[in-house]
Design a protein around this ligand. Structure first.
Ligand code: SAH
Length: 396
């Protein structure tokens, strides 16, 4: 009998933070509140309500995160506004860059010492940020580095939004060579299981997509929420009236294998999880993205491609194959390229649109499944080295 990983679905974290403290949610921040809530918070300070709009326009419209830089606020109110609406949430601990600065990974320390990472990816036509929704993750997928340490805690709405606003500010300052200066896409594919932190993630999506000064004004279609397949939460998402892209981390078309690769499958089986994904597609008209890490001799067999093809044929879905990224201590490798090509061929022959994801960020452990918040290096310390090494490689 196969030994299956033990799964903690309660959402109760057991870990402590990086410095041994008990994990706690951060103080309230303006991005936790809608505009009405921000007005009420400002009124509590004895300030006129319009200040809420001013502060929000700075934060979401001009990507200014520091009240001291909001020079149209009276100097005497800035400290109180900081305390009530702009407490610092993310302290950068290290920043790594590659691809000539077009891919950047930042490790943040949160107010309680929890560590999370986000990755920025610049392309000629778009800038995407991959955000974390939890510190750690409780889903225990054995091939994913984040899953190995367990869950520390959920992130607050503002801790999620602030990752995006920080990077949007970086892009706006022209930090990404050869890329647009407007950050346009957000993928919830960093640390954590977004649908296990449902309310805060949905509030973050709303804040990211409402027009300024209420929010950041991104298009819902340019936001991707990825899940291991928490079926009740997927059904709830279907009812939200949002048109975000849903990604489902399937990784195996059969229950025997998926029970081990994505332990939550022990609770919600392949047929049920696909059904929930198809319902989302039917309700929103948005094609769902089926994520499938290609693991040598584990899930890359031709018969599995054929089975996946049968499950998805004629559905509003496409497959995104991810060559397995290396993680510490893992016994698994990526599938050889010819095996990957055959897998793609069979899926396409079944009429299923299929792409292979690039492995952006691998050399800085910033690719899918590599985020583990292990620390190391001060801000900028390793960046120069990496950039220099990269430049060398390119001239050789
Ligand atoms: N918990 C959510 C969000 C994380 S998204 C989810 O699982 O969907 C990160 C994606 O990268 C998921 O599809 C995940 O299964 C995949 N992944 C994890 N470890 C990986 C690895 N080592 N190589 C390639 N992809 C990996």
């Amino acid at each position: 009998m196969t030994q299956l990983p033990v799964l903690n679905l309660s959402g109760n974290a057991t870990a402590t933070t990086s410095d041994g403290r008990r994990p706690t949610l951060p103080p309230r921040h303006l991005a936790d509140l809608d505009l009405a809530g921000r007005r009420a918070a400002v009124a509590d300070l004895g300030e006129p309500a319009f200040r809420a709009g001013q502060v929000s326009a700075h934060y979401f419209g001009r990507l200014v995160r520091d009240a001291e830089a909001m020079t149209d606020l009276p100097a005497r109110t800035r400290a109180a506004i900081t305390e009530a609406l702009l407490p610092p949430l993310l302290e950068p601990v290290s920043e790594l860059a590659t691809d000539n600065g077009a891919t950047r990974k930042t490790l943040w320390r949160l107010h309680d010492g929890s560590l999370v990472e986000s990755v920025l990816m610049g392309y000629p036509d778009r800038v995407t940020v991959c955000v974390s929704s939890q510190a750690g993750c409780g889903m225990a997928c054995p091939f994913c580095a984040t899953g190995q340490a367990g869950l520390t805690r959920n992130l607050s709405t503002a801790e999620i939004v602030d990752q995006v606003v920080w990077f949007a500010g970086l892009a706006a300052r022209g930090a990404l060579p050869g890329c647009p200066d407007r950050l346009s896409r957000v993928v919830f594919m960093g640390m954590g299981e977004p649908l296990a932190n449902y309310n805060r993630v949905i509030a973050a999506v709303r804040r990211l997509t409402e027009p300024a000064p209420e929010g950041l004004g991104l298009s819902q279609r340019h936001i991707t929420v990825s899940t291991v397949g928490l079926v009740p939460a997927m059904r709830r998402l279907t009812q939200e009236g949002l048109s975000v892209t849903l990604a489902l981390s399937l990784h195996a078309p059969d229950d025997d294998l998926r029970d081990t690769l994505v332990p939550v499958n022990q609770r919600w089986k392949v047929a049920e999880v696909l059904d929930a994904a198809f319902e989302y597609a039917a309700r929103t008209g948005r094609r769902v993205s089926i994520e499938y890490a290609m693991i040598r001799d584990v899930n890359d067999h031709p018969w599995r491609a054929d089975l996946l093809g049968r499950l998805l044929s004629g559905r509003l879905a496409h497959v995104n194959l991810i060559p397995l990224n290396p993680t510490p201590g893992s016994k698994w490798d990526a599938s050889p390229k010819p095996v990957e090509r055959e897998f793609v061929r069979r899926l396409r022959a079944a009429g299923v649109p299929t792409t292979v994801r690039d492995t952006r960020g691998r050399e800085i452990d910033g690719a899918c499944g590599q985020l583990a918040a292990s620390g190391g290096g001060k801000v900028g310390e390793r960046e120069g080295g990496l950039l220099a090494r990269r430049a060398n490689e390119e001239t050789q």
